[in-house]
Design a protein around this ligand. Structure first.
Ligand code: NAP
Length: 267
């Protein structure tokens, strides 16, 4: 990607520009935003981080987004979630121009994904498919189980697996006998947000396990996934660690989406 971006100043007169808006001082959000900035540096993308206090009004934030939408020098806009409770995340996501929606959360991008139309695909689901392909996992014809049905991870990843011709089951908090459903999975994607929730008995021998969860271990304070890595790793054929698996690939896809948005606006 860095090599590709290095050719842009000569071809287009500038490099892509990603603006990240961080509202408040949540340490996890600060660390995610820092990681995004570092990745921009590595790839050669211009990054501006705009900090706003948690007391910013919804109207002020929407006004800032409108300014960035109208700014021709900006290719991508990302508002770090979660936002303070008094601000509607749905309104904020919908306010970002579809063309600058590098996160792929805008309703028009989501609708386009479900209609198999060209769109910006959300970074984490896109990254999961990339990870599977890079690991040499054949997706077509496989039984995939996704735990979690959020708009950000569970649902789009299930759709992308379906598009790759997997047979997909989506599980959630009301799924009966989740362990039995999980044991059917040849590909198991876990996006719940509960430390070490998936135990060894829930995984079939040789299964591919993608752990999306990011949690703090109550005892050690360290970052851990939704899967009990130490117990499941010997049984799985492929397993993604936390930290280090889905997270970095998500950031890689953010860089890719920013470049795609830049090229669509400039080429
Ligand atoms: P979310 O919106 O809270 O969704 C969690 C999902 O898990 C819901 O669909 C919920 O079911 C389901 N769930 C909760 N408890 C369950 C249980 N006991 N059994 C079965 N299903 C259960 O979370 P999210 O935004 O999708 O994120 C999930 C995790 O991924 C979090 O840890 C988040 O930090 C992480 N994440 C990582 C990345 C990355 O780049 N690595 C990106 C995004 C998110 P219901 O629908 O029935 O409530």
């Amino acid at each position: 990607m860095a090599g590709q971006v290095a050719t842009f100043p000569e071809k287009y007169g500038r490099v892509p520009h990603l603006v990240v808006i961080l509202v408040g001082e949540d340490p996890a959000s600060q660390s995610y935003v820092k990681g995004k900035g570092k990745a921009c540096e590595v790839v050669g993308i211009k990054n501006t981080t705009i900090l706003r206090p948690a007391t910013i009004t919804e109207e002020e934030l929407l006004g800032l987004i409108a300014e960035l939408n109208a700014d021709d020098s900006v290719d991508g806009i990302l508002v770090q979630l979660p936002l303070p409770k008094h601000i509607s995340e749905d309104k904020v996501i919908a306010a970002i121009s579809k063309e600058k929606d590098v996160d792929g959360f805008h309703p028009l991008n989501v609708a386009a994904l479900w209609q198999k139309q060209p769109c910006t695909v959300a970074c984490t689901p896109k990254g999961i498919i990339k990870l599977l392909k890079e690991a040499g996992v054949e997706i077509s014809g496989k039984r995939a189980v996704v735990i979690g049905r959020s708009n950000i991870v569970g649902l789009p990843v299930a759709k992308l697996l379906l598009d790759e011709n997997a047979t997909v089951t989506i599980c959630h908090s009301r799924t009966k006998d989740l362990a039995a459903v999980c044991r059917e999975a040849e590909i198991l994607v876990v996006a719940i947000g509960r430390a070490k929730f998936v135990t060894e008995d829930m995984v079939a021998p040789g299964a591919v396990v993608i752990d999306v969860g990011v949690n703090r271990d109550a005892e050690t304070g360290k970052l851990v996934g939704d899967v009990d890595y130490a117990a499941v790793e010997p049984k799985a054929s492929v397993i993604t660690p936390v930290p280090g698996g889905v997270g970095p690939m998500t950031i890689c896809c953010l860089m890719e989406n920013t470049i795609e948005c830049f090229l669509k606006r400039n080429a």
